[in-house]
Design a protein around this ligand. Structure first.
Ligand code: NAP
Length: 480
């Protein structure tokens, strides 16, 4: 076997197969391998004409077919299978080779694997890949971590297969060890928030206006021509326009209302709790999915819990204004979710020493991935104005968005509460917004309570230092 392949892919289920085809279509000689040979054989049989594939049945032959330094993309089920493949690969590789895990690994696993492979002189590149099977084939958003040396070799190849927006690839070096998978995790968390917010907008239009799915599809299609232009709004319009071929009803009306998850939203929220970063938009979106799946609780509540909610009665002449209010509330809530996600990236970057360029992350999410959207340009521009922006919301463009939208946002959240429509995304984002902009928060009382029952101490607004009051004694104050 001659060592000619410029890149190899092991794991040829839907993602790996399409990624391998993407490499081949760009002119790379691609070594391909799968644990069971059938997938390798079918890839070559079905798509062998798209480029140059070197198929191997054994891992040893696969490795032998790769040019040095070898670049091996692992695209298998995340978790144990990734470790199993790494264990099989490592003895076959040599110092300087690059192992790329392009699956959805949890970033602490990536940090561990990077350290383990570095001990063998190998580069380990944990890489976020977004865009599903279509993106993998035609150009995903790619978020590689690992060492800068490995990116120097690998980066140009990955950039060439990534989505391109305005001639700029949706792939850039993210940061050391687990940074790429971390950023992909937050991307998925933001995706949860975005989807939840769109769903809430749909629900408000459905209940508030009594609009049909087809009518809401038209409203979304209209929104997709402005600031909200995004893949998720586009596909939502598409889904809402679809008729169920079995019943003839709107498709969305025949889908069971229990949202599932694969776990990246949960990881994002767990990490935010560890870092102490308030990502309420993502957290509420994750919990909203959990609530939708809380079948016994919902069954116990429906028709039992009193609502005392007002009936909707929007006059025909007010409908357009209501739709515009929902649009503005959606955009404002979406900006909050992104601002929070970027705070989380900044916090992790500081914690793990990654030095992630947040503007560049927004840039590589503009194409290929699920949250691709027009307004990501605005985020990149904000971080170009100030790379150390402490709060995305406080950038001049976004304060303008809030200026335009906050009144509408309050009307919508208030209306939702009055009419009994659950809007955890819209409401919690507005609460966060009012919290973060408050000159003084009731946290002062919480600190006093903590000092009262646990002698946890407090700081004062008028003097430096830490203090405790003798609550059960003479209430004298001690400076500590
Ligand atoms: P998958 O269903 O997650 O995994 C199937 C692949 O893993 C098969 O090639 C299978 O080999 C291999 N595999 C499983 N256990 C193995 C083991 N112990 N040793 C060696 N190989 C093993 O495939 P996928 O949907 O294509 O996803 C691949 C990765 O991409 C995952 O990490 C996934 O989370 C991530 N991802 C998926 C999407 C998506 O839209 N699907 C998007 C982004 C990222 P056999 O054929 O021999 O069983």
């Amino acid at each position: 076997m001659s060592a000619t392949a410029q890149i190899g892919v092991t794991g040829l289920a839907v993602m790996g197969r399409n990624l391998a085809r993407n490499f081949a279509r760009r002119g790379y000689t691609v070594a391909v391998h799968n644990r069971s040979y059938a997938k390798t054989a079918s890839l070559v049989a079905d798509h062998g004409t798209e480029g140059t594939f070197v198929a191997s049945e054994s891992m040893a032959d696969f490795v032998a077919s790769l040019a040095v330094p070898r670049k091996v993309v692992i695209m298998v089920k995340a978790g144990g299978p990734t470790d199993a493949v790494i264990a099989e690969l490592v003895p076959l590789l040599a110092a300087g080779d690059i192992v790329i895990d392009a699956g959805n690994a949890h970033f602490p696993d990536t940090i561990r694997r990077e350290a383990e492979l570095a001990a063998h002189g190998l580069h380990f590149v944990g890489t976020g890949v977004s865009g599903g099977e279509e993106g993998a084939l035609n150009g995903p958003s790619i978020m590689p971590g690992g060492s800068p040396e490995s990116y120097a070799v690998l980066g140009p190849i990955l950039e060439s297969i990534a989505a391109q927006v305005d001639g700029v690839p949706c792939c850039t070096y993210v940061g050391a060890n687990g940074a790429g998978h971390f950023v992909k995790m937050v991307h998925n968390g933001i995706e949860y928030a975005d989807m939840q917010l769109i769903a809430e907008a749909y629900d408000l239009l459905r209940l508030g206006l009594g609009a049909t799915a087809a009518q809401i599809s038209e409203i979304f299609a209209q929104w997709n021509t402005g600031d909200l232009e995004s893949f998720l709004i586009e596909i939502s319009a598409d889904v809402l326009a679809h008729t169920d071929p079995v019943t003839g009803a709107a498709f969305v009306d025949v889908v069971l209302d229990q949202a599932e998850q694969k776990g990246t939203g949960r990881w994002t929220v767990q990490n935010a709790l560890d870092l102490g970063v308030p990502i309420t938009g993502i957290a509420e979106a994750t919990f909203a999915r959990a609530l939708s799946g809380s079948v016994p609780q919902r069954a116990a509540a429906v028709g039992v819990l009193p609502a005392h909610a007002a009936a909707w009665d929007i006059a025909p002449e007010d409908r357009a204004a209501f739709i515009e209010d929902v649009r503005l509330a959606l955009y404002a809530s979406k900006v909050v979710a992104y601002s929070q996600g970027f705070d989380q990236i900044a916090a992790a970057s500081a914690e793990f020493g990654w030095d992630v360029d947040r503007g560049a992350m927004a840039r590589i999410w503009r194409g290929g991935c699920i949250i691709r959207a027009r307004f990501l340009n605005r985020i990149t521009e904000a971080y170009e104005r100030d790379a150390h922006l402490p709060l995305l919301l406080a950038d001049a463009y976004f304060t303008g968005v809030m200026d335009d939208g906050v009144g509408a946002w309050r009307r919508i959240v208030a209306a939702a509460a009055l009419h009994g429509v659950p809007t955890p995304g819209f409401s919690s984002s507005l609460s966060y917004y009012d919290g973060v902009r408050a000159e003084r928060l009731p946290a002062a009382l919480i600190q006093a309570q903590r000092d009262f029952f646990g002698a946890h101490t407090y700081r004062r607004v008028d003097r430096a230092g830490t203090f405790h009051t003798e609550w059960t004694g003479d209430r004298s104050e001690t400076a500590l």
